[in-house]
Design a protein around this ligand. Structure first.
Ligand code: ADP
Ligand code: MG
Length: 205
């Protein structure tokens, strides 16, 4: 079993979008995947409830009220969808369980400011596990001023950007049907799937 924690203290950063799409990717690869929803709002589980039983299977459960996180060891991949405001002992707990930490980050001054302390905490806690934390630049085109601003900001933390995902309704529309960009109709999502490749390679490393 390998576990990926998707976390950022800011609401709306794209955690649930990343977590559900990651689960969709692994499911479409024929992997046994479990979504562990750590957020009281349970958006990931709500998404799962919309999922067509004909689609590649994703199982899930609510882990947000567990004192000690109970991981499904029989799964190939566990994707942990963290709540906004995650910090302190809960953050440490979740970091301990995770093989990889993915932090979606929107290049806006509000999002970057709200994420600064968090990035410092995980950098300290993951010191002995360098290379396990990656940023996903969310809703951004890599050739823009916004992308440069994000790269400048991240230099302070020594955490790599492992993917740039564009701003597109494809994520919104797929989610509405319990689907992901990795589910059919695939032709429609080709450009987005391509953008995930560096992230997926980094996760498999
Ligand atoms: N790359 C993207 N392009 C367009 N909309 C996005 C993208 N990523 C996320 N969204 C939308 O932004 C909103 C917040 O994303 P969400 O994944 O729920 O964030 P979080 O779980 O961090 O609160 C959702 O409506 C989602 O559909
Ligand atoms: Mg969420």
């Amino acid at each position: 079993m390998r576990a990926v924690l998707v976390a950022n203290p800011k609401g709306g950063a794209g955690k649930t979008t990343l977590a559900t799409n990651l689960a969709g990717h692994f499911a479409n690869q024929g992997k046994k995947v479990t979504l562990c929803d750590l957020d009281r709002q349970q958006s990931a589980l709500r998404w799962m409830a919309f999922r067509d039983p004909e689609m590649a299977a994703v199982t899930g459960y609510f882990g947000g009220n567990q004192v000690v996180l109970n991981m499904p060891r029989e799964a190939d991949w566990v994707v942990l969808d963290a709540p906004a405001g995650l910090q302190g002992y809960k953050l440490s707990d979740y970091l301990r369980e995770a093989d990889r930490v993915v932090v979606p980050l929107v290049p806006s001054i509000f999002d970057m400011a709200a994420t600064e302390d968090f990035l410092n905490s995980i950098r300290n806690e993951m010191r002995s596990r360098r290379g396990r934390v990656g940023i996903v630049a969310m809703r951004v085109d890599p050739r823009t001023k916004a992308a440069t601003m994000l790269e400048e900001f991240l230099k302070h933390f020594d955490i790599p950007i492992v993917a740039y995902l564009r701003n597109t309704q494809n994520y919104v529309n797929a989610a509405a049907g319990g689907a992901t960009i990795f589910d059919p109709p695939r032709a429609k999502h080709r450009r987005d799937v391509e953008q995930w490749e560096p992230l997926l390679r980094w996760l498999e490393k």
